[in-house]
Design a protein around this ligand. Structure first.
Ligand SMILES: Nc1ncnc2c1ncn2[C@@H]1O[C@H](COP(=O)(O)OP(=O)(O)OP(=O)(O)O)[C@@H](O)[C@H]1O
Ligand SMILES: [Mg+2]
Length: 500
């Protein structure tokens, strides 16, 4: 009976000393054995182990080839695992997600998660290698991150086929759902050569406008929404007909009719990013192309006030001479003062190339939107179908539009004053922006009726103004006619004057 503990103790002692000597010898080998020999040794142990191991490993690296763009697969896997790992993994990384108030969790380095697919079990590990060599002391050490997928070799077909496809597809969807939408601009607050690699700066896109809150005739609204949704679902169609997956919209109409608002509504409907392109800040055609290449898919590229944002007007100015309206000139001057334009050498052909040249096809799933107040002043080449596929006129507010605004601003579906407003709206033009401004309560005590009265007053004032203007115009015409018409029209003029 006494023998047992002593045998046990002896055994432990022997084992302990064996391990110790093994470790010691290994340390010696590691230290004195040439590096090549060690590599050779490790490589072969690895091969032998793999030969006997029933498991297959697949690595997905963050960067492949040159370190320009993150691998799409890696990004998708990251998103897929972030959704699936937050329940099982113990160490998680938190990052800001959509709406900037929810956190997106993803697995931390060296964390392992298990996933199951059609009865097969797989393991994912997030890992990284830190490259020992630093190209330049200034740069931080280069980390190469990757995910490693391990599974049994009997599932080889299924995992390399269906499972990975499922992961990538799901991952992409999760990314779209979680991403914060961004509003990009190319007009720089400062220039810092070669430090910033991208040409766009961005902030989070948080415009609340939707088609629901827009004052538009219901039919027109429906048509635009359907057009947009059809576009976003037509990847195969565009591929089949051999056209780049993009669509141009031209929004035109007087100021304050909702052109900019509609762009925000489009972005919110389709969940797209917005690139607000300030043409006057683009140096030349080459820079314009660079900007285009750096835009991502699922985005809207916007050029506001296209009529006054570059030398296109210069071209037309030569042709059209003095035809440019005074107010347009004013707008142009204002723009030039505010922006650092003047030295922009973007030409019409550069812009046309931007819209439908070869480069415009890269990325895909893109809307290009132009807005203008003077559609008739634009070069026909710029807005022909195929470039600007859909022309949308945003015009003065009708009664239907007013009802939408009344519902949004005052929570009113009907009101006895609506009839009076309907009548007035048929007689005078008022922009949705003006209607909105009048419906906005100006003090906490203002009720719906007061706002409606304020609108009626505005409409009546506008009506009086319009009447006065019309009268002035007729008088002017009569005077002109009597001056240069001479004897020919004098009879008519006299008759008109007599009747007045
Ligand atoms: N159709 C509309 N529906 C709802 N609100 C509108 C509409 N049109 C204009 N508004 C309101 O008027 C304001 C100005 O509209 P917006 O900036 O979209 O006009 P715009 O057509 O882009 O004008 P501009 O030609 O001067 O750029 C917005 O803040 C918005 O609230
Ligand atoms: Mg606008």
């Amino acid at each position: 009976m006494e023998m047992v503990p002593s045998t046990m103790t002896e055994m432990w002692t022997t084992m302990g000393s064996t391990i110790a000597s093994f470790m010691f010898i290994w340390a010696i080998i590691r230290q004195y054995c040439p590096y090549e020999l060690r590599r050779y040794f490790e490589k072969y142990t690895h091969t032998i182990m793999t030969y006997f191991s029933p498991y297959i490993k697949i690595s997905i690296h963050e960067f492949t080839g040159d370190r320009l763009k993150r691998s799409e697969v890696y990004v998708a896997v990251e998103a897929y695992l972030s959704a699936n790992s937050s329940k099982t993994a113990k160490r998680l990384k938190a990052e800001m997600g959509k709406d900037s108030n929810n956190l997106v969790l993803s697995m931390d380095e060296y964390e392992k998660v298990t996933d199951e697919f059609r009865g097969a079990k797989v393991w994912w590990v997030a890992s990284k290698v830190v490259s020992a060599t630093r190209p330049m002391a200034y740069y931080p050490e280069q980390e190469k991150r990757y995910y490693r997928l391990t599974f049994h070799k009997r599932y080889r077909e299924m995992i390399t086929g269906a499972y990975l496809e499922h992961v990538v597809k799901e991952g992409k969807e999760i990314r779209v759902r979680n991403r914060q939408r961004k509003l990009y601009t190319n007009s720089p607050g400062y220039k810092w050569p070669s430090y910033k690699q991208t040409m766009w700066s961005h902030i989070v896109f948080e415009h609340p406008a939707t088609f629901g809150t827009m004052a538009l005739e219901p039919d027109k609204k429906k048509e635009i929404i359907e057009d947009l949704v059809t576009f976003s679902e037509s990847k195969e169609f565009y591929a089949r007909i051999g056209k780049a997956w993009k669509r141009g919209y031209l929004l035109y109409g007087p100021p304050g009719t909702g052109k900019s608002t509609m762009i925000a509504a489009m972005a919110n409907l389709l969940n797209y990013d917005v690139y607000d392109l300030e043409l006057t800040a683009v140096k030349d055609n080459t820079e314009l192309r660079k900007l285009l290449i750096e835009t991502t898919s699922k985005s809207i590229i916007v050029i506001e006030d296209i009529d006054c944002s570059l030398d296109l007007t210069g071209q037309r100015k030569k042709k059209g001479g003095k035809a440019m309206a005074d107010d347009e000139k004013e707008r142009k001057e204002v723009k030039e003062e505010s922006g650092n334009s003047g030295n922009s050498k973007v030409t019409l052909s550069g812009l046309l190339n931007f819209i439908d040249g070869l480069w415009s096809a890269c990325g895909g799933e893109r809307l290009i939107v132009f807005t203008t107040n003077y559609v008739e002043k634009l070069d026909p080449a710029l807005i022909r179908r195929g470039r600007m596929d859909k022309h949308i006129e945003l015009s003065y507010c009708g009664f239907e539009g007013f009802k939408v605004l009344a519902k949004n601003y005052l929570k009113l579906e009907t009101h006895p004053l609506f009839d009076a407003i309907d009548g007035l709206m048929k007689e005078v033009k008022i922009t949705p922006a003006d209607v909105a401004e009048n419906l906005m309560p100006k003090s906490p005590l203002d009720d719906a009726e007061k706002c409606l009265w304020s609108l009626i007053q505005a409409l009546e004032e506008a009506k009086e103004e319009a009447e006065a203007e019309a009268e002035a115009a007729t008088t002017k015409k009569v005077v002109e006619q009597s001056q240069d018409g001479g004897g020919v029209c004098s009879e008519n003029c006299m008759a008109e004057k007599a009747s007045e």
